[in-house]
Design a protein around this ligand. Structure first.
Ligand code: SAH
Length: 248
């Protein structure tokens, strides 16, 4: 007896698209994604490509009308329902290119719902390339099997973030000067959450006071060593996901 080949094939390329997907929906693809499918993945007529739009789960689509620079994908079956993303935001100060890219990639893989850049006084970088960060989120989602993209929020000033904070969401604050032990504190505070991590230079004392005075803020320690900002952001997210997220 021959084994039935897996469907959709495990080797099927995975692509994020803007088109709202559904049964029979036809998605024209050109530009870089078409180049990736046609020249890199060597997609042939009738091959399956997995698509997700961030809202409609994942769909298997059949390739057709393949030309040099474009092709058409037609949705034939839903392969995953829309996913439930844990209600967790990662709020982090902008840091140097490369390191912030790493945060975006890992935040997406680890399961965050929203990445919120926060401008603080000691930030070395005060601008973000929104499109580049968004591209990193998309690429990570394509690779890790997510069907929902993390939301990439506009950069906000720390003062504004704190002023508008809704107390129904815990604001875990990674405080390198001391904070409550992480595991017990996370266990004692289930529910919607965010982690706030500072820039290379840390928070200044006035910022630390303002954060601590915010309703919902909970200072926590990430251990006895001073972590780089990107390590702190990734480690904090992993810890929250393991204790209060969807890793159980
Ligand atoms: N330059 C600062 C360190 C900044 S580390 C100093 O020398 O004090 C960047 C950010 O990572 C910090 O603002 C904090 O949010 C987080 N962080 C790093 N290590 C941490 C720790 N051990 N506990 C809690 N937060 C930490």
């Amino acid at each position: 007896m021959t084994a039935t080949p897996a469907w959709p094939p495990q080797s099927a390329p995975r692509l994020h698209v803007e088109t709202l997907l559904g049964d029979g929906v036809v998605v024209p693809v050109d530009g870089n994604p078409a180049h990736y499918l046609i020249s890199v993945m060597r997609v042939k007529p009738d091959d399956i490509v997995l698509l997700f739009d961030g809202r409609s789960g994942e769909w298997a689509a059949r390739a057709r009308d393949i030309r040099k620079r474009d092709l058409v994908l037609e949705c034939v079956a839903q392969t995953k329902p829309p996913e439930h993303v844990p209600d967790f935001w990662l709020c982090c100060a902008p840091i140097r290119k490369g390191r912030i890219d790493l945060i975006a990639e890992k935040a997406c893989e680890l399961g965050v719902a929203r990445l919120q850049p926060v401008l603080t006084r000691r930030a070395v970088v005060d601008r973000l390339n929104f499109d580049r960060l968004h591209a990193h989120l998309v690429e990570a989602a394509e690779q890790c099997g997510r069907t929902a993209l993390p939301e990439l929020a506009e950069m906000t000033k720390l003062d504004t973030l704190l002023r508008d904070w809704q107390p129904g969401r815990h604001l875990f604050f990674a405080d390198e000067t001391g904070g409550a032990p992480l595991e017990a504190t996370l266990r004692a505070h289930p529910g919607p959450a965010a982690f706030l991590v500072g820039p290379e230079g840390g928070f200044d004392p006035a910022e630390r006071d303002a954060i601590r005075a915010t309703s919902g803020a909970v200072p926590v320690s990430l251990g006895p060593r001073i972590l780089r900002a990107e390590t702190a952001a990734i480690a904090a997210t992993a810890a929250w996901m393991a204790i209060n997220g969807d890793w159980n």
